[in-house]
Ligand binder design. Structure first.
Ligand SMILES: Nc1ncnc2c1ncn2[C@@H]1O[C@H](COP(=O)(O)OP(=O)(O)OP(=O)(O)O)[C@@H](O)[C@H]1O
Ligand SMILES: [Mg+2]
Length: 407
């Protein structure tokens, strides 16, 4: 029975016996196999023959303290084989007592856990590597995040800078276009003055004649007539100066009045070019902004139509000018029958400097400025299309509240 136990234990485990001093008295085949020593090399040697140099002495002290107290010692121990390789064994050392109760010998029963321990070590190593990787990854993510953040900040600054530059450019263009229209306005004034000047010359001539004839009554009448003419001419200049006064405050104004001003400035020019204006205007509508600016937009549109009539040599020249209400908006439509805008040009006409006219005739700023005024000054929109046999401009601007309230 005992022998059978012995066999069972010895065949399934690594077994050794030592005397009380740790001198090996017995080893089984398994012990020889794992340690790489022959039985002859082992018997009579101290058990520390398989001791691994890396195991601290304190471990052995604990082992001896335990077994010398006649207690069973249990631990996983690192050993070294004859060829210097390391193996791990799960070790149980049992002190065997003689009939007096003293320690007779020690039996050590072990089983090989090298694979498991190595696996555990490898796993721990991987875990550490992973941890390190994680840490560097975190650092790299933080670095990249900072870089991105800085890039973003730079980008924001650049965008701001570009926007600022753009705004400045727009402002400059705006003023440039104002000066350009100043030139056109001068031409209009010249037209306005041409007729009264001729009439004044005639009046002077008539006055001279009346003076010769000593016809005081006639003299007085001609004098009054001439005075009115001069007053009118002076008014034209007044209108003109008013028109170009910058930085006027935004306030509610009558759209119809604003259009009337445009007509005042342009009517001579239109008359001269035999352009008929068909007007249909809702006079109750008010918008908020600078009245003169809307006048300027209408002048630009009418001038463009006039130029197109001349360019295309149109005989029956008609412009229709309509102002109507659409909800809280005023819709102004300026349409001509001058042949329209070329399809390819249609999407570019609001760009600054886009012109199809001869350099002396157009700067290409008229519609650009008009769009600026409508969008920035009047918070509205302007669109161009071809309709009928000409171009058609539709302006929509929000009504002033006082108009909007009236149903
Ligand atoms: N009513 C129209 N009929 C045909 N073409 C038009 C009409 N209005 C504008 N255009 C086209 O749009 C272009 C741009 O007009 P815009 O008023 O901006 O500049 P311009 O009249 O050429 O020059 P500027 O107004 O600065 O003297 C014109 O050159 C013309 O080709
Ligand atoms: Mg123009």
């Amino acid at each position: 029975m005992f022998k059978q136990y012995k066999n069972a234990i010895e065949s399934s485990n690594i077994v050794s016996k030592t005397d009380i001093n740790g001198i090996i008295t017995f080893v089984n085949d398994e012990f020889c196999k794992i340690s790489g020593y022959t039985r002859e090399e082992l018997i009579g040697q101290n058990h520390n023959i398989v001791r691994h140099p890396d195991v601290p002495a304190s471990n052995f002290k604990r082992l001896w303290d335990t077994i010398l107290q006649k207690k069973i010692f249990k631990s996983t121990v690192m050993n070294m084989a004859k060829d210097g390789s390391t193996f791990f064994v799960n070790t149980t050392i049992i002190p065997i007592l003689d009939e007096n109760g003293d320690i007779g010998e020690f039996i050590a029963i072990r089983y090989d856990v090298t694979k498991e321990v190595n696996l555990k070590i490898a796993l721990e190593k991987k875990e550490k590597e992973l941890e390190a990787l994680n840490r560097t990854l975190e650092r790299r993510v933080a670095l990249q995040t900072r870089k991105l953040y800085e890039l973003n900040k730079n980008l924001e600054e650049r965008v701001r800078e570009e926007v600022r530059k753009n705004e400045e450019k727009q402002k400059m263009l705006f003023w440039q276009s104002r000066f350009a229209s100043l030139g056109q306005m001068m031409a209009n004034i010249a037209h306005q003055w041409r007729q009264p000047l001729t009439e004044l010359t005639l009046a002077l001539f008539n006055m001279k004649r009346a003076a010769f004839k000593r016809d005081d009554e006639q003299l007085e009448a001609i004098y009054d007539e001439a005075k009115t003419m001069i007053q009118n001419m002076s008014q034209t200049i007044e209108d003109f100066i008013n028109f170009f006064r910058p930085d006027k405050p935004k306030e509610p104004f009558e759209i119809a009045k604003s259009l009337e001003e445009s007509m005042q400035i342009l009517h001579k020019t239109l008359e001269k070019e035999h352009i008929e204006i068909d007007m249909s205007i809702d006079t109750s509508l008010k918008a908020v902004g600078v009245s003169n600016e809307l006048s300027q937009v209408i002048i630009n549109l009418l001038q463009n139509a006039k130029d197109a009539f001349i360019e295309n040599d149109v005989r029956e020249r008609k412009i229709s000018l309509k102002v109507s209400r659409d909800g809280d908006f005023a819709r102004i439509i300026v349409a001509d029958n001058a042949g329209g805008i070329e399809e390819s040009a249609l999407e570019r006409i609001f760009e600054p400097y886009f012109t199809t006219k001869h350099t002396a005739k157009g700067t290409g700023l008229g519609l650009f400025m008009s769009k600026m005024i409508i969008e920035k000054g009047l918070s509205g929109s302007i669109e161009a299309s071809n309709c009928g046999d000409g171009a058609c401009f539709v302006i929509e601007i929000p009504l002033a509240e006082e108009t909007a309230d009236v149903v």
